[in-house]
Design a binder for this molecule. Structure first.
Ligand SMILES: Cc1cc2nc3c(=O)[nH]c(=O)nc-3n(C[C@H](O)[C@H](O)[C@H](O)COP(=O)(O)OP(=O)(O)OC[C@H]3O[C@@H](n4cnc5c(N)ncnc54)[C@H](O)[C@@H]3O)c2cc1C
Ligand SMILES: Cc1cc2nc3c(=O)[nH]c(=O)nc-3n(C[C@H](O)[C@H](O)[C@H](O)COP(=O)(O)O)c2cc1C
Length: 579
């Protein structure tokens, strides 16, 4: 006799067990029913519950950014980390409470370098606190740093390097080696992020190993839009013919709608290299004039930047002893200053193959330009203001790639590739708030957009503009427009500083100091202050002038005045877009 398939211990009443034993007759029927119920269960059961948050391991991700690359990568890392059993908290270094890092168990920092080896402006306070004596011990905290930079700068990735060192000095345990990314950072950064998540993701207790990770998932924002084509509909030099400068006002039209930009955003321009430079470089490299090669180097390779990395590649490719000595003697950094790739090949000549020349160069990067218009005023257009870069060094006249492409080669009617570069950290406040705008030179560009926008939206807040350049007569960019804006009250007030009109040089920071009582009064009333333009000196001088203004007007000690400005920065009422 075959045993009854349903035992007496089953969760049924006695008569139900009897009934089931009668109904479930042979083995085939039992197997079929078992499969049927298993399938039914699987298809109707709710998806497995996400890992209870109690088991998700915390991960602190700090980013230090100016133009948003590090911020975007931090968000990518956050998304991937969450999918893999981590509980990420993403923090802008601008808002970082350094003392709170003590409770972090795992820490990842993604940091860009700006200025000349400096942290991004917004991140400076958090960075200085981390570097300062008051920073907490971070014993045992697992960390990794991803550094963003540009090999064209002498202090390549300096901020990321210093943070990486500092975290180790504070007792942190480096579990992910730092990677220093150049401008073409996408692949290196994605690989680093994937590796970081693999290292940091918690082990799966069920299987005793790292939980399954779909590392093939493409990183990056789904909303990312590629470059679009624009037509130049206006191309005007705003400086007089007697000016030493050339600043092009460029108007762009689009086949359809303009990219959805807001005042404060920038457009990336995809430039072409100077054909004369391409020809000279190919000749120096001993490469016969080849149309296809010329076109490739003109449109897609950065053939002017010379970095220590280029020197190292050149030494490896050619075995050139002089270049090797230059690197070993540590004179390389000084030697490359003011020089370009063509100088290297001319000074240490070697015939190169096209492949070798390619290896010496990196992809040609787009250049950012602040948008100088508001869509509410100009419709489906975008206006830019581009200063032509020309200078002489080591006996050669040098020309900036993108600015000279625009100034000398591109004409009205030509087409070019552009891409929107949003900047949510340089946006207008509510229309009833006051704004103070400080923008000498091309720094004026976003403020033209601000004033257009405020006029179009009949904003009730007051607007005050500080502008400066060399000469009133020759370099007063958009002079008539500012006069109109003052007349129709889109602009409440304007102060100008022309540095070469008088013996004594006057810059915007001097005007700010002269007007300090009113400036502080506007800020006390809740005004937002914006600075755009030169990062090397202007932005620093303006900040210093404001600290001194607080100290003078409110009779504060220098430290208290510094705190007042830092508080404005923290409240996002002191914003910079500097380059
Ligand atoms: C967010 C943002 C917004 C910007 N907005 C504007 C804008 O509105 N208008 C504008 O004109 N620019 C703007 N810029 C700057 C712009 O992106 C370019 O950097 C600039 O136009 C130079 O690009 P280029 O291709 O012509 O020169 P490049 O070919 O990139 O050459 C510039 C390089 O040449 C070298 N160099 C320049 N001058 C000298 C010198 N005197 N001596 C020695 N070396 C020198 C430096 O290494 C410099 O980095 C902005 C930049 C950023 C990041
Ligand atoms: C005005 C300016 C100054 C820069 N200075 C440096 C530098 O000193 N060292 C460096 O490695 N990179 C430097 N960079 C390159 C940036 O670090 C790089 O573009 C990075 O991707 C920016 O990241 P972010 O968008 O997160 O700010 C500089 C870029 C600009 C536009």
């Amino acid at each position: 006799m075959t045993p009854s398939p349903i035992p007496k211990t089953a969760p049924f009443a006695e008569e139900e067990i009897e009934l089931l034993n009668r109904v479930i007759g042979n083995a085939t029927q039992r197997v079929w029913l078992a499969g049927f119920f298993a399938g039914l269960e699987a298809s109707t059961a709710p998806p497995p519950a996400p890992a209870p948050s109690a088991t998700a391991e915390p991960l602190t991700i700090v980013y230090a950014t100016e133009s948003g690359n590090s911020e975007k990568l931090a968000a990518d890392l956050g998304r991937l980390a969450r999918k893999n059993g981590l509980k990420p908290t993403v923090v802008d270094m601008a808002d970082l409470d350094v003392a709170a890092l003590i409770s972090a168990r795992r820490l990842v920092v993604i940091a860009a370098t700006w200025g000349e080896g400096d942290p991004p402006g917004r991140a400076a306070r958090g960075y200085n606190e981390l570097m300062g004596e008051g920073a907490p011990r971070l014993d045992g905290i697992e960390f990794g740093v991803l550094a963003l930079g540009d090999t064209a700068y002498a202090e390549f990735c300096a901020t990321g390097k210093k943070i990486d060192e500092r975290l180790a000095v504070l007792g942190g345990k480096r579990v992910i080696e730092r990677v220093d990314c150049d401008l073409d950072f996408a692949t290196d950064a994605a690989n680093w992020i994937e590796h970081a998540v693999k290292v940091l993701a918690p082990a799966d207790p069920a299987r005793g190993k790292v939980i399954a990770v779909d590392f093939s998932t493409k990183l990056g924002s789904v909303t990312e839009v590629g470059p679009v084509e624009a037509e130049i509909t206006e191309h005007i030099n705003l400086n007089s013919s007697r000016s030493a400068k050339e600043t092009i006002h460029l108007e762009l039209a689009f086949d359809g709608a303009a990219p959805a930009y807001k005042p404060g955003d920038s457009l990336d321009i995809y430039p072409n290299n100077d054909p004369a430079y391409v020809e000279a470089l190919l000749k120096s490299a001993g490469l016969a004039a080849d149309e296809a090669l010329g076109a490739e180097f003109a449109t897609s390779r950065d053939i002017s930047t010379l970095s220590v990395r280029t020197l190292e590649t050149y030494a490896t490719l050619t075995g050139n002893q002089h270049v090797k000595q230059l690197i070993e003697s540590e004179a390389a950094k000084t030697w490359i200053a003011g020089r370009q790739l063509i100088d290297l090949i001319d000074q240490f000549p070697t015939a190169l193959s096209a492949e070798q020349l390619r290896a010496l160069t990196r992809p040609l990067a787009p250049r950012a330009y602040s948008i100088a218009s508001s869509r509410r005023d100009v419709g489906q257009e975008a206006h830019l203001l581009i200063s032509a870069v020309r200078y002489k060094s080591h006996g050669r006249l040098r020309k900036g790639v993108a600015s000279i492409d625009v100034a000398e080669r591109l004409k009205k009617g030509d087409r070019l590739q552009v891409k929107l570069r949003p900047n949510k950290h340089f946006a207008l406040p509510a229309p009833d708030r006051d704004i103070i705008m400080i923008g000498p030179g091309t720094g004026i560009a976003p403020f033209r957009a601000f004033v257009q926008e405020r006029r179009a939206s009949a904003a009730s807040g007051r607007s005050w503009l500080f502008f400066g350049d060399r000469s009133f007569t020759h370099d007063f960019l958009y002079q008539l427009e500012w006069q109109e804006a003052l007349a129709d009250k889109a602009l409440t007030r304007m102060d100008v500083a022309f540095s070469r009109d008088k013996r004594e040089k006057v810059y915007v920071q001097h005007r700010l100091w002269e007007r300090r009582r009113d400036v502080i009064s506007w800020l006390d009333d809740g005004a937002y202050l914006y600075v755009c333009g030169d990062a090397k000196s202007m932005a620093k001088d303006v900040r210093m002038a404001l600290v001194r203004a607080y100290s003078d007007v409110k009779a504060l000690a220098p430290e208290a005045a510094e705190r007042a400005v830092a508080e404005l920065e923290r409240d996002k009422r002191y914003m910079q877009d500097v380059y």
